[in-house]
Design a protein around this ligand. Sequence first.
Ligand code: IMP
Length: 423
Amino acid sequence: MSVSIVVGAQWGDEGKGKIIDVLSASADMVLRYQGGANAGHTVYIGQKKYVLHLIPSGILRPGVVCVIGGGVVLDPEAFKAEIDVLHDAGIQTQGRLLISPRTHIILPYHKKLDQCSEDQKGRQKIGTTGRGIGPAYVDKYNRAGLRAIDLLNEAIREERIRENLKLKNFIIEKYYNEEPLDESLILQQAAAHAELIRPYIAETIERVDTALRGKRSILVEGAQGALLDIDYGSYPFVTSSHPVAGGAFIGSGLGVVPDAEVIGVAKAYLTRVGNGPFPTELNDATGTLLRDRGGEYGATTGRPRRCGWLDLVALRYSARINGLTQIALTKVDVLDGMDRLKVATAYTLDGHELDTFPADPEEQKRIQPVYKTLEGWNDSTASDSISALPRQAREYIAYMEDYLKIPVKIVSTGQRRDQILFA
Ligand code: IMP
């Protein structure tokens, strides 16, 4: 048996899509366990770019079975758009893409409430993707959600949507002063969505168990990043699910797999999209340089990403909350040609030194990074092995490994599938 959980080790957008795509070449099954169409996993195959939001990136490898687990919140409209793109590209989905009957469904009122809440004056904006993620998880935990299996049952579907919409429309109209949503339109769309997803719904628990017992190779695909985790991230500037590796065991239905490999994908520098603390953010020419070179614009919303230096304190915190066993370091090539590189090794707060990411949001805002400056490299990182990387790049990696006490086993040096090195 081999189970590898691939998680974002920072604030998302670490390049998980590419790592999953490369690793899924030898996988039998890829499972997605949390989040929804707020994610954007970009994969380049030759010149063609695929951006997947909901469907596991493993779908791009023929023969790999992909599972959307019960921990995901599925937007049928986003799902339709994605399968249309895949089918147009000649990629078959039926029979190899399974949706757990327990997956919760995102409805139009979730997206409306997400947008209303973000637009509300006087409220501190989270900077969500507007995809209805938070409100859908609220309904799930409030036991008012509609799951994929419920969507298929006309009586349950209609009753629950009607019941929910009464309260949602009350809030939309009376609290947000917006137009209420049309019940009959939502019911009609939901009926069509039921038929769309019906062929994909399968008892994934059994399929996953069979794969585990058959010692198949299973890859578990995280979305977002550990620092956006609802419990351990920079709350309230977080997403509403558990991107950390522990979430994989629940959200995929795998159960605890004690010897799973936990691969933390980390960018060689740092980015964040949306609001919230970012101690190593660079609001200067270096930040702009990183954004331009790294193409740092959100795959889902197109928003420019905030850029900064690698934060080892936050990454060590992430390693702890995930139980990382190895790191996949991405976008190392973006640093090519930079004279000096800084990495945060501690924070200072009111004259004290901190060596972990604080829980207090006020402290998160005020902490100042303590930097170690490392030598940059002029040569290109385009290499065929880690040992052939420029000396300074190897030293940068060795410094990370020594600080984190975790090996960097994968290094990505470009967008293409072949631009990847294994230790
Ligand atoms: P939500 O997940 O749309 O509710 O957004 C909550 C926070 O998570 C915002 O700061 C988003 O920008 C961020 N976020 C959500 N999904 C992603 C992602 O896939 N990559 C990076 N940030 C994300």
